[in-house]
Design a protein around this ligand. Structure first.
Ligand code: ADP
Length: 312
């Protein structure tokens, strides 16, 4: 549905995007995740035709954004980082205005507004001034304006930024519901947002894609690291040394001390080795006691930090 190929964007000397390629399939909710300044907004502005790329192509439903910008824009609903809401209009006036700009015929606009009020939960505030709306309702109005022309694709730039936790949950639920019918790309620097709403994630850092995959796969330790946490009764230093000495152990971290000579460690082994077997054998060979052991999954947060640390 959306095909982005070799996208590069230079701002003078600064390379905001560097050879970014990805595809989005119909019906997917794709999370575009990265720290501030990674290039998320730049990518979205290029896909929506608001910004020209330095090189590379964007195709939406087989249409090239450069050759056919109006046709592409008609297929896309775009929620920019800051939405131009007209605060002195009532909500329905504002949606009517946007609908007119989007080319919806006058007689069809009322139906479109009513539909948006239902979908975005705006019925109670439809006759209020935009300036009177809470931030959560403003964001709903912003989403409604992005969708008034019933696009197949939604591109949402940081859709929950600035909202309180309750509003965040509401907007995420709304996006999830929309994702059942539409293809969605949303950008965020907030990890739980991705876990809560997206089926696939692309992690971007300094203008380059550093990881991509299904959210559940990335969440369940896509890094492929073999790590266990073990609680062992034995002399702390002796345990640590014995573990670290094993040829397949890459790293041993002492986590904490408990009562009566019991300590917890996190042990990472080299790929292919079984960390549980290694720890068990060492403990038995030394007559220590293994009180607890479990595999530690690398969280999405760990993956994100590992991939977007700029010092490596
Ligand atoms: P994100 O949305 O991930 O926070 P952006 O796409 O906004 O990142 O920015 C990517 C990079 O491009 C940053 O280094 C940013 O400073 C730079 N940048 C963005 N917009 C402009 C601009 N209009 N002029 C110059 N540099 C810009």
């Amino acid at each position: 549905m959306i095909s982005v190929q070799n996208l590069t964007k230079n701002y003078g000397e600064n390379k905001a995007l560097d050879d970014v390629s990805f595809e989005v399939r119909q019906g997917e909710v794709l999370g575009f995740l990265g720290p501030n300044g990674a290039g998320k907004s730049t990518t979205m502005k290029i896909i929506t035709g608001f910004l020209a790329s330095t090189s590379g192509t964007v195709q939406v439903d087989g249409l090239d954004i450069q050759d056919d910008p109006m046709a592409v824009r008609a297929k896309i609903g775009y929620l920019p980082e800051t939405v131009p809401l007209y605060t002195d209009m009532k909500v329905y006036e504002y949606l009517d205005f946007v609908g007119a700009v989007r080319g919806i015929a006058k007689e069809k606009r009322q139906g479109a507004i009513k539909h948006m009020a239902d979908v975005c939960g705006l019925r109670d505030v439809i006759s209020k001034l935009v300036s009177e709306l809470s931030k959560g309702y403003r964001q709903r109005a912003a989403l409604a304006q992005a969708m008034i022309h019933n696009p197949d694709i939604l591109i949402l730039d940081e859709p929950t930024s600035g909202l309180d936790p309750n509003q965040i949950v509401e907007i995420r639920e709304l996006i999830k519901r929309l994702g059942r019918e539409k293809t969605v790309i949303l950008s965020t620097h907030i990890l739980p947002e991705v876990a809560a709403t997206c089926s696939r994630v692309i992690i971007i850092n300094q203008g380059r894609i550093v990881a991509s995959g299904r959210t559940d796969e990335l969440l369940s330790g896509g890094g492929g690291k073999e790590v266990v946490q073990a609680k062992i009764r034995g002399s702390r230093d002796a345990v640590r040394e014995a573990l670290a000495r094993h040829e397949s152990v890459r790293d041993v971290k002492h986590l904490s001390d408990h009562d009566e000579g019991v300590s917890s460690f996190v042990i990472e082994v080299i790929g292919g080795a079984d960390p549980q077997e290694i720890v068990f054998k060492i403990v038995v060979a030394n007559n220590w006691m293994l009180l607890e052991m479990f595999k530690k999954q690398e969280s999405l947060e760990d993956v994100f930090r590992r991939l977007t640390r700029n010092d490596n």
